[in-house]
Design a protein around this ligand. Sequence first.
Ligand code: COI
Length: 356
Amino acid sequence: NNNHVNSVRVASPASNVTSELADIDWDNLGFGLMPTDYMYMMKCSQGDSFSKGELQRFGKIELSPSAGVLNYGQGLFEGLKAYRKHDGNILLFRPEENAIRLRMGAERMCMPSPTVEQFIEAVRATVLANERWIPPPGKGSLYIRPLLMGSGAVLGLAPAPEYTFLIYVSPVGNYFKEGLAPINLIVETEMHRATPGGTGGVKTIGNYAAVLKAQGTAKANGYSDVLYLDSVHKRYLEEVSSCNVFVVKGNVISTPAIKGTILPGITRKSILDVARSQGFQVEERLVTVDELINADEVFCTGTAVVVSPVGSITYQNERITYGNDGVGRVSQQLYSALTSLQMGLTEDKMGWIVEL
Ligand code: COI
C-alpha cells in the first residue's frame, strides 16, 4: 500500500460521491486541520525547475534538521478553496492568481517555483484525489494549502539546495469562532506586521509567526484579531493578521493600497471588482486610522475569512462600533455576491471559476 495513487488520479470527478462520503459532521466545520487522503509532492534542486510531482498518502514528511525552511524561514504558502456545486461539480476560485502570487513570492524568497500550469494541475489532482472531503453545497469548502519550501540542508545562510512544493487540503467552515457574526478588532499600536522593503507583500511563513504574539494578547482580551498600522507613520491601516481590511463610507469603499507591506489578497482584488460592478466607488489608497471613526462599515476579506463584517474596533482605548451588532448592508451585499459566484449559484461573468 504505497504512495502512488494512479487509481485515484484517474477517478472521474462525479464518481463515488455517495459511496465515498467522508463520515464527518458537516454542520459543524470550523477552520482546523482534518487529515484527508492524499497530498501532492514535487521536488527540485536549486537551479533546476520543477518537473514531475505525484500524489502520496497524506502524512508526515521527512526533513533534515538543517532544512532551509526550518532554520532560516525559506518558505511560502498559499490558500484557495474548492466548492461543491449542487450538480456535483467541483469549482475552484481563481487558482491562477494563487499560482502567480506564489511565483512572485518565490522570486523574493530566492526559491524556484512551479509554473502556473503545474500549480493548477497539482491543485486539480489533489482536490480530485480528496474529493470525498469536499463539504456538501452550502456546508463549507475544501481549503487547499500549497506550500513551497527550502527543504534541502543548509548551515551557513544561503538558499537551500533543494525545494519542495506540497499541497494538502482540509474541509473547512467559518474561520472566526464568531461564524458570520461581526468580529471585534483591536488596533495594534506597538508591534508591526511588516516594514517597507521587507516581505509583508509576499505570503512567506514568517509573516504569520510574527503576528502570533499580538494576536494572542488580543484574543486573551476578548478580541477576534488585530488590525495593524504602518510601521513608519503608525497612522495608516495595513491589514489584519490573516486578512485585508476595507472601510465603507457612503458609496465609497476604500482599502489600503498594495505597496509591499500588505498582502495582495485575491479576495481583496475580487471584492474590489465586484464592488465596482455593483456601482460602488472603489479606492485603493492610504487609509488613515482616523477614518475608522466615521466609517459606516468595516469588513475584512481573505480566502479563509471570505468577507467578515467588523462589529467593533478598539483604538487607544476607544471602541468604535459598526452595524448595531448586525452585519452591515454593504458587507452583506458583497459577501453574498462573492460567495454566490464561488459556489456557482450565479453566472460567472468575470471568468473566475475553474470547473474541475
Ligand atoms: C487564507 O486566507 O487563505 C490565508 O492564507 C490566511 C491564513 C492565516 C489562514
